[in-house]
Design a protein around this ligand. Structure first.
Ligand SMILES: Nc1ncnc2c1ncn2[C@@H]1O[C@H](COP(=O)(O)OP(=O)(O)O)[C@@H](O)[C@H]1O
Ligand SMILES: [Mg+2]
Length: 225
């Protein structure tokens, strides 16, 4: 275990019990501080499954996953929920905002698993809202139904950093976006990762993202040995 690694995966094997042909196998994978990595692979190959393994949503069949030197296998379910909320920011495909909650309460969702001071988190939400051009009136409107795509993107970014994580996992966050929205989303996310010193692991099937990342891994060759 190298303590410089934010994430370290060792001799991982994973398969679904009801599926014979699907298997992820990876001997060694890591993410260090301030790294930005893209995993590219076609639909159905196992990208979301891999991210779920890394954040402890599903346990590996073989091998170990360490996040910030913590072996996820050794945490109980409630400890995992808390650990994940405190240390890992997540951005989902389609952003997964809950329509019936205000933008602010969507941002604060990860805070309900932690002991962080909610007032401090709210201040942080408003601070980043201001930075990203989302004023307090917008953040506190009664629901999130009628937000534009651009607003949803920015809210999902703020939600991912609300607990000051060291790493963001992003699951195809640009897949539903047109060219302009895709670029503005990536620029915003990269900016925030730089200024807040957060590492980024993104997975996608979109080959156009390759040019945006220095560090690109092909899922097919790396995870299917
Ligand atoms: N909860 C689950 N139970 C059983 N099989 C699943 C489950 N989730 C995903 N799979 C299967 O795992 C494989 C990889 O899926 P996924 O990780 O979603 O791929 P990707 O994100 O690259 O599109 C697919 O064959 C999918 O059907
Ligand atoms: Mg997926």
């Amino acid at each position: 275990m190298n303590s410089k690694n934010l994430i370290e995966v060792k001799n991982l094997e994973f398969y679904w019990n009801n599926q014979n042909e699907f298997k992820i196998q990876v001997k060694d994978f890591s993410i260090q501080s301030n790294e930005r990595k893209l995993i590219l692979g076609k639909s159905g190959i196992g990208k979301s499954t891999f991210l779920n393994l890394i954040c402890g949503m599903i346990p590996p069949k073989v091998g170990e996953i360490y996040v910030l030197s913590q072996n996820l296998n050794s945490l109980k379910a409630w400890e995992l929920d808390k650990f994940r909320s405190e240390n890992i920011g997540v951005i989902f495909q389609e952003f997964n905002l809950l329509d019936h909650l205000s933008p602010l309460n969507n941002i604060l969702l990860p805070c309900y698993f932690t002991k962080n001071d909610l007032k401090k988190s709210k201040d942080r939400a408003f601070l980043f809202g201001e930075k990203l051009n989302l004023n307090s009136e917008l953040l506190t409107k009664s629901n999130s139904k009628d937000l534009s795509t651009g607003q949803k993107q920015r809210i999902s970014i703020i939600r991912s950093i609300i607990n000051e994580p060291k790493i963001i996992l992003a699951d195809e966050p640009t897949s539903s976006l047109d060219f302009d929205n895709k670029n503005s989303f990536l620029n915003l996310l990269f900016d925030i990762c730089n200024t807040e010193k957060i590492s980024l692991l993104m997975v996608s099937h979109d080959l156009n993202l390759r040019s945006k990342f220095k560090d690109v891994i092909e899922f097919e060759s790396f995870f299917k040995s």
